[in-house]
Design a protein around this ligand. Structure first.
Ligand SMILES: CC(C)(COP(=O)(O)OP(=O)(O)OC[C@H]1O[C@@H](n2cnc3c(N)ncnc32)[C@H](O)[C@@H]1OP(=O)(O)O)[C@@H](O)C(=O)NCCC(=O)NCCS
Length: 171
């Protein structure tokens, strides 16, 4: 069944929230321990809209089955060309190549915006995410043993990075 990757609208935010909160409850992909609120996700949507940061959804048969986004990694001016991305699929949409489609669209949007570096902060035990990033050409640049915890165990963080335009001048 065909999938459309498109910019999110405000009406998509409840579906984005539901996909995220399912991952909060059932996975170590995110280290939130409890559900986030609709207001939190609406605020992120508004910030993305106002600043031109990517917030994309994957739609299949009229249903939002995944989303991806990037936003500043850190706030200071010198970090303004470095964005951190996220990608989340509904459980029944995983393992079918949709993560790659969303990531490719996020990378395209980042290039168009003038992003220099994309960073992913992954749970090192998240095999699907680690593999997805490797296949796209992201490189592991840091590993932080036992930097987090969830479901009663310590978790390692893996930072992966892609430089989008290595020859661009710093400006
Ligand atoms: C991580 C996630 C985005 C990956 O997207 P996906 O569409 O399921 O993955 P894809 O089908 O594009 O597969 C990408 C690669 O990972 C591999 N892969 C997929 N699921 C896997 C799994 N459970 N274990 C190991 N490898 C896996 C695929 O085989 C593929 O590798 P290949 O190109 O060598 O065949 C998706 O599984 C997801 O939303 N998971 C829950 C939330 C999450 O972990 N988000 C990432 C936070 S950093």
């Amino acid at each position: 069944m065909s999938v459309v990757i498109r910019r999110a609208t405000r009406n998509d935010v409840p579906a984005i929230l539901a996909i995220y909160n399912d991952a909060v409850a059932t996975t170590t992909a995110t280290w939130d321990h409890g559900p986030v609120t609709l207001d939190d996700r609406l605020a992120r949507f508004d910030a993305a809209q106002a600043n031109g940061w990517a917030l994309l959804v994957a739609e299949q048969a009229g249903r939002v089955v995944g989303w991806g986004a990037w936003a500043p990694f850190r706030a200071k001016a010198g970090w303004s060309k470095t964005m951190e991305h996220s990608v989340y699929l509904a459980p029944d949409a995983r393992g079918a190549g949709m993560g790659r489609l969303i990531m490719e669209a996020l990378i395209d949007a980042a290039r168009a915006y003038g992003v220099h570096v994309l960073i992913g902060v992954l749970d090192a035990s998240n095999e699907a995410s680690v593999r997805l990033h490797e296949r796209l050409g992201f490189v592991e640049v840091a590993r932080m043993p036992q930097a987090g915890f969830k479901f009663g165990r310590w978790l390692d963080a893996t930072f992966v990075q892609m430089i989008l335009d290595a020859d661009a001048p710093p400006a």
